[in-house]
Design a binder for this molecule. Structure first.
Ligand SMILES: [Zn+2]
Ligand SMILES: [Zn+2]
Length: 235
């Protein structure tokens, strides 16, 4: 058992990996969400004069074109892969694809690919598969990283990846305002008894918005089943 490498996380990680189950799950959810967010973000750089930017009725003239935000262009641009943890305080916006390329490259470099030559001798070398599969698209990269996530979790840099992906998504949400949905649960909080338990897309745990109590989905299911039995019992 070692500590979860996500900064500030108090939990321990299971044997052989460097992230707690909650943060591993969050990474998986972020990689699934990123392509959709990038797609939403792309709408912000489409040419001005689209119907939704025009004033309907009224004076009959369109709004001035919405100025293109250079930060959005940068996020969607090609850029250059940055080695993980390289100058994290540079303050610049790292393009989505560059960040994913950098981490895919890092993972592929660490991943031991074993192949046998015609004489049957095994050679271990960094995995180069990421260059061929998935392509350089954001979706392709996310799919590839998800496939290799079980291995990535065994690397001590997984906390850095978590932090950079989290920062990236937060930056994108600033533009798209498409934050993950909150789902209210039917059973009350087992600690404070208030009906304030919520599940948030991409988060593993269920949290109480009243008292901050957290519980795992399994624990909630048991609690909810018990609660249901209690209210169904004849008085
Ligand atoms: Zn953690
Ligand atoms: Zn509570």
């Amino acid at each position: 058992m070692s500590n979860c490498t996500v900064p500030g996380c108090p939990r321990t990680a299971p044997d052989g990996v460097h992230a707690c189950p909650l943060h591993a799950d969050e990474l998986r959810a972020w990689l699934a969400e990123l392509p959709r967010q990038a797609h939403l973000l792309a709408e912000f750089v489409e040419p001005a004069g689209r119907p939704r930017t025009a004033r309907l009725g009224g004076t009959g003239r369109a709004h001035a074109p919405v100025p293109v935000d250079l930060r959005v262009l940068t996020l969607l641009g090609p850029g250059h892969p940055q080695p993980p943890s390289d100058d994290p305080d540079a303050g610049g916006t790292v393009p989505i694809r560059a960040l994913l390329d950098g981490w895919a490259g890092r993972l592929a470099y660490d991943y031991p690919a074993v192949h046998r030559d015609p004489y049957g001798t095994a050679h271990t070398q960094p995995c180069e598969a990421y260059r061929a599969t998935g392509g350089p698209t954001i979706t392709g990269r996310c799919t590839w990283l998800t496939a290799y996530l079980p291995y990535a979790l065994t690397r001590p840099w997984i906390g850095d990846l978590h932090q950079q992906l989290g920062d990236l998504l937060a930056r994108i949400y600033d533009f798209t305002h498409a934050t993950p949905h909150t789902h209210h649960k039917t059973a009350p909080c087992p600690t404070c008894d208030v009906f304030a338990l919520v599940a948030v897309d991409g988060r593993w745990e269920i949290t109480c918005q009243a008292c901050g109590h957290r519980l795992e989905p399994d624990a909630y299911d048991q609690h909810a089943a018990h609660y249901l039995r209690t209210i169904q019992e004849p008085a």
